[in-house]
Design a binder for this molecule. Structure first.
Ligand code: OSB
Ligand code: MG
Length: 368
């Protein structure tokens, strides 16, 4: 892979509606769009999904830029690679900073697939022609939740994920369940509980939830294994799984029955695929998590979710779930409850250069 230049673009867009969890509100999304261009002028795109503040993981947009500028790009300049897997292994010499790593590694995957005239989904080993769409509801009002669920069901989404916490759980979910007796529902707690809340969490077994996501601490494996023994509802881990090793430990300890794989959280597509392959062997279903992301990361998610082990609808939603106008063309759309896996080379979406310029805050180019 003969790299000529790497361009970093910081963009910013308002969300259509505030995204509320017990950890706070997201109203504006900053992100990093990376363009890696080779000596033939072919470009691959990646997206950094860290937030402006470290509320979900420890990384931020600024720490990602620091890692990319001062470590990851120089590492790639000194060590030419032939395949993105080598980049992933090269980046292991730097601890953590998974979202910064994934931003660059995913761009290399797109470039690699394009130079081999192959859809990225095929390069990764994907087998599906469409991926099931799910969507998240992140509000603190029952009225809003029910209104949004009705809207999303009209748009065809196959499952709903809803944010919960100890102030917004039993009566909230019972009202939603009353209105939608058969709807596949995931409740995502983003670590709002501790084992002191055992009885509160056990009560949620009443609602026949598809799963409960990350009820306990963001870095826990042990206590989730104790909780899972007490619960009928399957536990899904999100924040706790930052690597293949985390996934292996969680499954061996019985800390979860499902894993939410996010490319950014685990440091890139190579690690995401390793986790998928391990879970597939173990018979543990996985689904693709979302990060309130722009179109580039959405496109990488679609390619990843085409792998055979992604058997549960992910946080795979249309561009218009969050954005007035996305930065890719065409935008991601849900049709008959699914998103079609593109058949063109690489991620299979083009950069909408006009929209990128409209939302651009800062840019820098590194010439190799
Ligand atoms: O916990 O899954 C989460 C968004 C940002 C950070 C963490 C999470 C989420 C979501 C959103 O739930 C999913 C999406 O983008 O569709
Ligand atoms: Mg989550």
């Amino acid at each position: 892979m003969k790299i000529n230049s790497i361009e970093l673009n910081v963009i910013e867009m308002p969300l259509k509606d505030p995204f509320l969890t017990h950890l706070g509100a997201v109203n504006i999304r900053e992100g990093i769009i990376i363009r890696v261009t080779n000596s033939d002028g072919v470009s691959g795109f990646g997206e950094g999904v860290a937030f402006s503040t470290p509320w979900y993981t420890e990384e931020t947009v600024k720490t990602s830029l620091h890692m990319l500028t001062d470590f990851l790009i120089p590492l790639l300049q000194k060590n030419p690679i032939d395949h993105p897997e080598q980049a992933s292994k090269l980046f292991r010499s730097l601890r953590r900073n998974n979202m910064a790593k994934a931003a660059l590694e995913t761009a290399l995957w797109d470039l690699y697939a394009k130079t081999h005239s192959q859809p990225l989904s095929k390069t990764l080993g994907g087998t599906r022609s469409a991926v099931a769409a799910g969507v998240v509801v992140a509000t603190d009002s029952t009225t809003n939740a029910l209104r949004q669920i009705n809207q999303y069901l009209m748009e065809g989404y196959q499952r709903i994920k809803i944010k919960i916490n100890p102030k917004l759980d039993y009566s909230f979910l019972s009202e939603i369940r009353r209105c939608h007796p058969d709807l596949p529902i995931i409740a995502d707690a983003n670590s709002a509980y501790t084992l002191m809340d055992l009885e509160r969490i056990k009560a949620l077994d009443d609602f026949n939830l598809l799963m409960i996501e990350q009820p306990l601490a963001n870095d826990d494996i042990l206590e989730h294994s104790l909780l899972q023994k007490e619960l009928k509802t399957p536990i899904c881990l999100d924040e706790s799984i930052c690597s293949y090793e985390d996934a292996r430990k969680a499954i061996e300890f019985g800390s979860c029955k499902v894993i939410n794989i996010k490319v950014g959280r685990v440091g890139g597509l190579y690690e995401a695929k390793r986790i998928h392959d391990y879970c597939f062997e173990q018979g543990v279903p996985v689904w693709c998590g979302g990060m309130i992301e722009f179109g580039i990361s959405r496109a990488h998610n679609i390619a990843l979710a085409s792998l055979p082990g992604f058997s549960i609808p992910g946080d795979i939603s249309s561009s218009n779930r969050f954005w007035e106008e996305d930065i890719i063309t065409p935008e991601v759309t849900v049709q008959n409850g699914s998103v079609a896996v593109p058949t063109g080379p690489g991620i299979g979406f083009e950069m909408n250069e006009k929209r990128l310029r409209e939302v651009l805050q800062w840019e820098e180019t590194f010439v190799f």
